[in-house]
Write a new protein. Structure first.
Length: 141
């Protein structure tokens, strides 16, 4: 990933790290974020309309990982997973990037590995594994 670096904060709606974090925000926090950060389509495949963003964040929250297939950069696929801290709030995210040609949507191996790693980091930060039974994005304000 040529343009991403630690601390990068732009275009969160179209890359895996951003989607993983945004999907775990409480609704009020997400609404405030959306008022000041406007989606920009980086490629022809970017999901940057309001409807696409809402649906993408719902899917990400439900399955526990985000997916960016050519949305951030043509020819690149990224899979992201949220990391939670001791109180169950989002701490950050971890992602794996690969050439799109190496991504196999039928294989769950990479997703399984990434989610396992994110869960281990969350546990290290003191987040009890049983406390993530509800999905903040899908709950009320």
């Amino acid at each position: 990933m040529r343009a991403l670096y630690v601390g990068y904060r732009d275009h969160a709606f179209v890359h895996a790290l951003g989607k993983a974090i945004l999907s775990a925000l409480p609704p009020r926090v997400l609404a405030r974020y959306r008022q000041t950060h406007f989606p920009v389509a980086r490629t022809a495949r970017s999901h940057a309309t309001d409807e696409q963003i809402v649906r993408e964040l719902q899917i990400t929250a439900e399955r526990g990982y985000s997916l960016d297939v050519g949305e951030w950069e043509d020819g690149v696929c990224c899979i992201g997973a949220p990391i939670f801290q001791y109180d169950g709030t989002i701490w950050g995210a971890v992602a794996i990037s690969m050439p799109e040609s190496r991504y196999d949507p039928r294989s769950e191996d990479t997703v399984h590995y990434l989610k396992k790693y994110a869960q281990a980091m969350s546990k290290y930060l003191g987040q009890p594994q049983s406390s993530r039974s509800s999905v903040p994005f899908l709950s009320g304000p």
